[in-house]
Design a protein around this ligand. Structure first.
Ligand SMILES: [Fe+2]
Ligand SMILES: [Fe+2]
Length: 361
């Protein structure tokens, strides 16, 4: 006979109170705790985001107190962060400004959106930032930013902060000077950017890509070359930035993709346990996420939460290029990665609503 049938009313209450008083919880009573909030897919329009990011330049200046002038992309269902594991922030650095040197255990990457004339140093290696470049600042590497040009720079910062905080492994250290001494210019690129060749005398043992700078022109060339020969039904011409030493993802907790959607291509829907933040680098089109259609154009951002059905389409007139940050390496390393194709309706979800909510399908 189940315990509930034998223990009820006041006796059950006394039992539960006694357990509660020593922080012990009878989960068979259905008190297993509340489900985590559902993170909703969301889209941010560049036309709305950019003016507010630029305006933040009037409100605050990066210094030792406000180290970075950043604004976070946070979808409904979260108080902070962009997915349950990832953060995507927009950072503005004005001409003449520096963002002081520091290091932290959360890993960061920069996807450069607009402007020229600024650089990031990573462990003393000076990397000039241009739109379409990907720059890595792996866990516990010193980094700072400086804008020595004459236009505002905006880039997307991707970090694994929610995961690192959850794992109680968040550490931070300020560098004693504002900027880390520059010891080289583009050294990591000179050593590792050729991909297939690397310095013969080095045994790479760092837990991240030793190449910290992926230039846009090489990235785009690679996409165009791949488009000539192959594509994926779920992502069209998609490439993962890789660690030249291992061939694997560039970072242990995050990976980055660049994907070319050829004009008029509509991918098939699928879902997976990894979550993603996208930036529309070029083009226009739409994505359908859990039946909701998100129309996007150049510069927009959108989030695909874990296990949400999604498919992408580029307009018939133009190719589109999507950059994305994903937490796939975490899920794969923990044997929790799962992926499933959408098999009904020839692989395409019926569109039941348009973003923003309320707009009819
Ligand atoms: Fe940082
Ligand atoms: Fe996907």
């Amino acid at each position: 006979m189940p315990l509930l049938d034998r223990l009820s009313g006041e006796a059950l209450k006394q039992y539960v109170d006694a357990a509660d008083s020593i922080r012990l919880f009878p989960l068979w009573l259905g008190r297993g705790g509340e489900a985590p909030p559902e993170i909703e897919p969301f889209l941010w329009r560049w036309s709305e985001v950019q003016p507010l990011v630029l305006k933040s330049g009037e409100a605050v200046t990066p210094d030792r107190d406000v180290e970075r002038r950043i604004m976070g992309l946070t979808p409904p269902g979260l108080e902070r962060g962009s997915t349950h594991t990832l953060v995507a922030n927009l950072q503005l650095l004005l001409p003449g400004e520096t963002a002081p040197a520091h290091r932290h255990t959360p890993t960061a990457l920069r996807w450069i959106l607009t402007g020229t004339g600024a650089y990031t140093t990573v462990e003393g290696d000076k990397l000039w930032m241009e739109p379409g470049d990907l720059i890595l600042t792996p866990s516990w590497t010193w980094h700072d930013h400086a804008n020595v040009g004459n236009e505002p720079m905006i880039w997307l910062d991707g970090l694994d902060v929610p995961l690192v905080k959850f794992l109680k492994a968040n550490f931070y250290e300020a560098f004693p000077e504002d900027q880390h001494p520059v010891t080289g210019v583009g050294e990591s690129m000179a050593k590792y950017a050729s991909g297939a060749l690397r310095p013969a005398w080095e045994d790479q043992e760092v837990p991240y890509s030793p190449l910290w700078h992926y230039k846009w022109d090489r990235t785009y060339d690679a996409l165009k070359n791949l488009a000539e020969v192959s594509s994926s039904p779920f992502d069209d011409v998609a490439m993962e930035y890789s660690d030249p030493a291992t061939g694997g993802p560039v970072l242990r907790t995050m990976t980055c993709w660049i994907q070319l959607l050829r004009p008029g291509v509509q991918t098939r829907a699928h879902r997976h346990t990894s979550s993603k933040v996208y930036q529309v680098f070029r083009g226009e089109g739409y994505s359908v996420i859990d039946g909701q259609r998100f129309d996007w154009t150049e510069g927009d951002f959108f989030v695909v939460p874990s296990w949400a059905w999604h498919e992408h389409a580029s307009s018939a007139e133009t190719e589109s290029v999507l950059f994305s940050i994903q937490d796939t390496p975490i899920m794969k390393s923990l044997a929790l990665y799962r992926e499933e194709p959408y098999t009904e309706h020839a692989g395409h979800q019926p569109v039941t609503s348009h973003f923003p909510a309320g707009k009819p399908a």
